[in-house]
Ligand binder design. Structure first.
Ligand code: NCD
Length: 343
């Protein structure tokens, strides 16, 4: 008689089904979200930004000589568009700008078809600003090119968070070269105003706490819903501007995104009363804080002209850091193969 080996008992394990691993980014050169970057990746990008900034322009422009970069902008932009363009050109790349006005987008062409057209024209990377959250993911999926998210709807603006980080480090952690989860320990960054509609706030909230910073969100309930208290570790809500200011080493002011208010009524006089950054408030509550703003600034609304032009303002420094950061990000887009082991 043949012995029948007993079948081993089936071990029933309790496990929570995991969502399938995200295939994004498909292209290792893409930057869709700050969450795509490890702390080491961020360190490496900051390191390259400094190297590239200090290189002789005549040597720098051989790095991406004649490579083709397309800028695809469905929303207005001054700083982001110009700095991406200067960054790509500074590395020697050829750039072309397609903006929703003055292109076939006006005639009804979809993002997919515009992306495929740019790829057929030889674009090796696309820098995309779009009014819909998630658009860069779609563009990456259809083109498989490196896509750089230059702001998608109310979602993310990863290069803004990186340039904001570079600005913060230049002021508060001068000389730090390698980032860790503790680099910004003891630093409180207060983000003030229209958090709800701000992709800048969202990317900063996702990046800064990972480096040890405390992020305080401050604004009225219409622009900062109560649910923000659950935004994540290291993030808290403080409705009183002066209380928030007193704790801050960095104050990041935001524009009210009138184009995204969708009928929401806001009493501007009341808003200014409670949340405008005035010289008096700053001197009384945060005389040493660094004042930041992603721009465009609306003088006399979220901050006074005196504060914008004052000694504590780092607003134009942020713009300058933007070019260096975007050089590093564009270089990464066109040189990363996924086998290097760092950014
Ligand atoms: C911001 C943007 O477009 O998200 N600006 C920028 O990119 N520097 C913020 C804004 O428009 O208020």
């Amino acid at each position: 008689m043949t012995a029948i080996a007993p079948t081993p008992p089936v071990r029933r394990q309790l496990h929570t089904p995991q969502p399938p691993a995200s295939p994004f980014p498909y292209n290792p050169g893409s930057l869709l979200s700050v969450q795509d970057l490890t702390i080491d990746d961020v360190s490496h990008l900051l390191f390259r930004a400094t190297v590239l900034e200090n290189l002789d322009p005549l040597i720098r422009d051989r790095i991406l000589l004649k490579r083709r970069v397309a800028l695809l902008f469905y929303e207005s932009s001054t700083r982001t568009r110009t700095s991406f363009e200067l960054a790509a050109k500074g590395l020697g790349a050829d750039t072309t700008l397609v903006s929703s006005l003055s292109s076939s987008i006006e005639k009804g062409e979809t993002l997919k078809d515009t992306g495929l057209t740019l790829r057929a024209l030889g674009a090796e990377a696309i820098i995309l600003r779009h009014n819909s959250s998630g658009a860069p993911w779609l563009l990456e999926e259809v083109t498989r090119l490196p896509i750089l998210n230059a702001g998608d709807g109310m979602h993310e603006h990863p290069t803004q968070a990186l340039l904001d980080l570079r600005t913060i480090l230049a002021h508060l952690r001068y000389g730090v070269e390698t980032l860790t989860a503790e680099t910004l320990n003891g630093v409180t960054v207060t983000i003030v105003g229209d958090i709800l509609h701000s992709r800048v706030a969202r990317s900063n909230m996702m990046l800064l706490p990972r480096l040890g910073a405390r992020v305080v969100l401050c604004g009225p309930p219409q622009l900062l819903p109560d649910s923000a208290v659950n935004a994540g570790a290291g993030i808290s809500v403080e409705r009183d501007f002066e209380t928030a200011l007193r704790q801050s080493q960095v104050v990041m002011m935001l524009r009210i995104q009138a184009e995204r208010l969708a009928g929401m009524q806001l009493d501007l006089a009341q808003y200014k009363d409670a949340y405008q950054l005035t010289g008096q408030r700053l001197a009384a509550q945060a005389p040493n804080a660094v004042v930041m703003h992603p721009g465009p600034i609306i003088r006399g609304l979220e901050l006074t002209a005196g504060v914008a032009d004052g000694a504590q303002s780092a607003i134009l420094e942020q713009v300058r850091h933007g070019v260096a950061i975007r050089m590093a990000v564009v270089e990464r887009a066109l040189t990363k193969t996924g086998k290097e082991g760092h950014a």
